[in-house]
Design a protein around this ligand. Structure first.
Ligand SMILES: [Zn+2]
Length: 274
């Protein structure tokens, strides 16, 4: 299941070929949307925005296409107009003079006036996007102290899309480890310093993962492990997927628990368990 950084990278590759380009051809795969085609042809895309797992394609004339990949949806970008062979059903095709972007299998697609998007039932209930470049650590610290979030366990909060959209399972373990916090703590029990650290870790870990293509380890540590011959899969994370391996800070064995029916990893020494 992709998380904020992966979704943002997929959006970047769409933005590379679509933003500031005129759509010369568009096809909707879902029958209810086919009548929308003429409203988009020959109009320019101005921005590709992600909000959690939703992707918004904004057009110059005040219309947007909302799409949510759910479990199976996937975007493909190709040069030219010849579409790759696929057994998946095509749900949206956007073509410019030089490229094609194809969305397969997603079933949650709709057309909105851009100004009305905040009323979309999914967008109305999710929090700010973890990859939003305007989001600051102070915004996150303030959010952690809101009455709806402050009494919740961090393990639950860090999967809750109404707290921060785009947060997900590997980010949860990695952020809490970076902040040195046990997953059963609750924001209202934390000191000001701990809240600030957690807010900063939330941003730094997710932004690093975006920049590195999914590696949350500090670049120097990941680089050192690479020189020791470790494959990428083994030099990505501080704790996630590293059950029984030694913590990089204190050498204690990393532990794994299930919480919210998802696996969570932590260092019992660096993250305390009280
Ligand atoms: Zn440790």
């Amino acid at each position: 299941m992709p998380e904020g950084p992966e979704i943002r990278r997929a959006a970047d590759s769409l933005a590379d070929i679509l933003v500031d380009q005129t759509i010369t051809s568009i096809k909707f795969g879902l029958p209810g949307l086919r009548r929308e085609t003429p409203r988009f042809r020959d109009h320019k895309v101005i921005n590709i925005e992600t909000r959690g797992k939703a992707l918004l394609t904004h057009f110059e004339h005040g219309l947007s296409i909302y799409s949510h990949n759910q479990l199976y949806g996937v975007w493909k970008v190709v040069a030219g107009h010849k579409l790759p062979k696929s057994t998946r059903s095509m749900r949206l095709l956007l073509q410019t003079r030089s490229h094609s972007a194809i969305l397969y299998s997603a079933s949650d697609i709709s057309v909105w006036p851009t100004a009305d998007l905040e009323n979309h039932p999914f967008l109305a209930k999710i929090g700010p996007d973890i990859m939003d470049s305007n989001l600051t650590w102070r915004d996150i610290a303030a959010r952690l102290q809101q009455p709806g979030f402050a009494p919740k366990e961090l393990a639950a909060l860090y999967l809750d899309q109404s707290f921060l959209a785009g947060n997900g399972n590997y980010l949860r373990s990695e952020i809490l480890h970076d902040a040195g916090l046990y997953h059963r703590r609750r924001p209202h029990e934390l000191t000001r310093g701990q809240l600030g650290k957690l807010a900063r870790s939330t941003l730094s870990i997710s932004r690093r993962s975006y920049q590195t293509g999914g590696i949350t380890l500090a670049p120097r540590l990941s680089g050192a492990l690479q020189r020791q011959g470790l494959a990428r899969e083994w030099r990505r994370f501080y704790v996630f997927g590293r059950e029984d391996s030694p913590c990089y800070h204190c050498s204690q064995a990393i532990r794994r628990v299930e919480t919210g029916s998802r696996r969570l990893y932590f260092c019992p020494s660096c993250q305390g368990d009280s």
